[in-house]
Write a protein that binds this ligand. Sequence first.
Ligand code: MF3
Ligand code: CO
Length: 290
Amino acid sequence: MKRPGRNEPCWCGCGRKYKACHSAFDDKMLTFGDKGILLPDHDIIKTPEQIEGMKKSAAINMAALDYVAEHIKAGISTQDIDDWVSKVTLDMGGHCAPLGYEGFPKSVCTSINDVVCHGIPSKDEILKDGDIINVDVSTYYEGYYSDSSRMFLIGEVSAEAKKLVDDVKRCVEIGLENVKPWTTLGDMGSKINEFAMSCGYEIVREIGGHGIGLEFHEDPYVSYVTKAGEEMLMVPGMCFTIEPMVNMGKHDIYIDDDNGWTVYTEDGTLSAQWEVQIVVTEDGYEMICW
Ligand code: MF3
Ligand code: CO
């Protein structure tokens, strides 16, 4: 950890001297570092101004998802969802973060049934009765990123599919209950995994949550398959997503060879995911985007 001199300006940019600002905070972090726990770099700890910026971005993100929630139904195409998200976002002055991100061709990810994530909207893909779909929206607005996703049930859905969707929502709630400063991401993630496994599901290993704010994807990586006590320390001001991808069958996945994006369950079972974006506070978390 790089520490300023006691009388130098604090690294958080508040303008106060380090000794009067984050010096005690860093002392506390270092006691965890001494125990071998991974510490966050200062540059991923958000200032109050940055948190305000993320909330403005999130307002657009959630408005786009609210629009989808009101209009999604059997017979529409996933391209329709892309058009809606794009219009709501641009009308509110934002940009769709997925568009062009590492070459992603559309403005939103739409992942149906056994598609785990990164489904590419298409006018040829029509929602039908019984489908479950994840719509993953990410926004850039005036320097700040936001990211959340929701599941939607199309028409009459099987009892087991509905249960999966509900259980995965519970996974995220359990994650939120376990966002506590001065504990680790492994403490939080392992609780999610315990619950998912108790339902007979498996959580995808290779793709998880992520830090977010000034970049779409920042440190830390948020896993749900690591153990309690492992992974990065959570400290106030850290901002990240909780977004477990939960498969009804095995955790194994594969990526579509033709487009290099769409991720499927290897065994063809259903997969569900909800994503929220939070900031760690002194006594838990504050919701930024859902
Ligand atoms: N929204 C996804 C996430 O939760 C990222 C999608 S990347 C994209 O991290 F390029 F596929 F959009
Ligand atoms: Co995300």
